[in-house]
Design a protein around this ligand. Structure first.
Ligand SMILES: Cc1cc2nc3c(=O)[nH]c(=O)nc-3n(C[C@H](O)[C@H](O)[C@H](O)COP(=O)(O)O)c2cc1C
Length: 183
């Protein structure tokens, strides 16, 4: 599969990386472990906050990965992956898979999904995908996956905002007052 360069002209704004992070850090994201396994049975994984639903018909998802990632070039070769939506008790798993280096999976219990990719025990959902497109955009690759299978797991999704992990908290909106009759 070719990696398509983005063709749109890119206007350059005078924005520092720190300010970019500060402003974009206001937007909470999920925390998703992208996992695969190579021919030597080596489990591969990295964490993204950029995972998104992209299309319902056909079902497509997407995420963006930094060009400096050392794990993505290995995952790319496999052409399939599982997006494990991490739950709010999996911060330590996020830390293991987001650090650079080998043995990221040591002590992480997994089962094998239908594509042969690792499903991390305790994730809140598993989305198995085949890579259908990859576009170079700025300093990232934007990866599109066609969903081949999906399962719900347990718990609530872990949330990341402004450099901190958090938990989903629904807003309790009081029920509207029932109009009283004037009798
Ligand atoms: C909460 C969180 C979100 C992240 N989101 C992304 C992301 O969307 N794209 C990305 O390339 N890296 C992201 N990272 C960084 C990678 O997980 C990770 O540091 C890097 O890929 C590991 O290095 P390696 O790919 O060389 O193994 C994120 C890290 C954390 C902790």
């Amino acid at each position: 599969m070719d990696i398509t360069p983005a063709t749109a002209a890119t206007p350059v704004a005078d924005i520092t990386p720190a300010y970019y992070r500060q402003v974009l850090g206001k937007l909470p994201t999920g925390v998703v472990a992208i996992t695969g396994v190579n021919d030597d049975d080596e489990r591969l994984g990295l964490v993204v906050g950029t995972f998104q639903s992209l299309s319902l018909d056909p079902p497509l998802v997407m995420f963006c990965v930094d060009k400096s990632s050392s794990t993505w070039p290995k995952l790319r070769k496999l052409q399939n992956f599982t997006a494990n939506i991490l739950s709010d008790d999996q911060v330590s798993i996020c830390r293991s898979l987001s650090r650079k280096g080998p043995q990221k999976f040591e002590g992480l219990p997994c089962t094998t999904g239908p594509l042969g990719t690792p499903h991390l025990d305790g994730a809140t959902a598993y989305i198995d995908c085949v890579v259908t497109a990859e576009v170079v955009v700025g300093d990232h690759y934007m990866v599109v996956g066609a969903v081949t299978n999906m399962n719900e797991g347990t718990g609530n999704a872990l949330i990341f905002r402004g450099g901190k992990f958090g938990q989903y908290q629904p807003i309790e909106i009081p029920a509207p007052e029932v109009a009283r009759s004037a009798s």
